[in-house]
Design a binder for this molecule. Structure first.
Ligand code: FMN
Length: 230
């Protein structure tokens, strides 16, 4: 069956390295017969802040506003704002989600963090009663594809930034695995701005090659849930 892919893309410029990586993903996956949808967050003017405006109609407790509680209730009652609902529909349809972004402060740009905060609603994307265990996204794959400013040598165990896996733990475990996605290994484009043109080209060609069999890749493993029962 043809697969559906959602690319959540966060870069301001269509001439950036990130744009080139996103365009290659669209090209290769479309050529494979996938339906590819791109959420171009800056072009959409995506709202990054989780506020009461995300909820239509009356709040349960406006005086002591809780985004966690109010957004859950609004999702259950179909009262989330249209921009959130639209992204949730794209996510519901998708078999694979690729997050394409430049690393900002060891993490994602604020606009993408806002997408996580607002679209991955309590009840829709995770359950506080069953952390890591909501099965809604269990057949979906998700991955991070990003550029850095620092070279790889700064992000190793003896590098000044520390191990990249530690940096990625909050995103890969705390968000994607927590929401029950199968998390594919990240695609890291190390410091494209410092690389020669021919090396930037090589990075994109290696991404193009990886994309050919991306959907067949095995996900990363995290701490098994039953480990905590022991
Ligand atoms: N690069 C890093 O390696 N680590 C960082 O923590 C980091 N934080 C950044 C924060 C901000 C606000 C900005 C603007 C850049 C930061 N960078 C960091 C550099 C960007 O990751 C780099 O410019 C980008 O990946 C280049 O991709 P592009 O050519 O597509 O714009």
């Amino acid at each position: 069956m043809a697969k559906k892919v959602l690319i959540v893309y966060a870069h301001q410029s269509s001439r950036s390295f990130n744009a080139a990586a996103k365009n290659i993903a669209v090209e290769v996956l479309t050529a494979q017969g996938c339906t590819v949808e791109v959420s171009d967050l800056y072009a959409m003017g995506f709202k990054a802040t989780a506020t009461a405006e995300d909820i239509k109609g009356d709040l349960k407790d406006a005086e002591n506003f809780s985004y966690l509680e109010e957004s859950k209730l609004a999702w259950e009652q179909g009262r989330l704002s249209d921009d959130i609902t639209k992204e949730q529909s794209k996510l519901t349809e998708a078999d694979l989600v690729i997050f394409q972004f430049p690393m900002y402060w060891f993490s994602v740009p604020g606009i993408l963090k806002g997408w996580f905060d607002r679209v991955l609603t309590n009840g829709f994307a995770f359950s506080q009663k069953k952390p890591y265990g909501l099965e809604t996204f269990k057949d979906k794959k998700a991955m991070l594809s990003f550029t850095t400013g620092s070279p790889e040598s700064m992000f190793c165990t003896i590098g000044i930034n520390g191990d990249i896996n530690v940096t990625l733990w909050p995103l890969q475990n705390g968000i994607l695995h927590y929401c029950g996605f199968q998390v594919l290994p990240p695609e890291v484009f190390w410091a494209p701005a410092l690389a020669a043109a021919k090396d930037r080209k090589k990075m994109l060609e290696s991404w193009r090659t990886r994309l050919q069999d991306l959907l067949k890749e095995e996900p990363l493993s995290f701490t098994p849930l039953d480990w905590f029962d022991k």
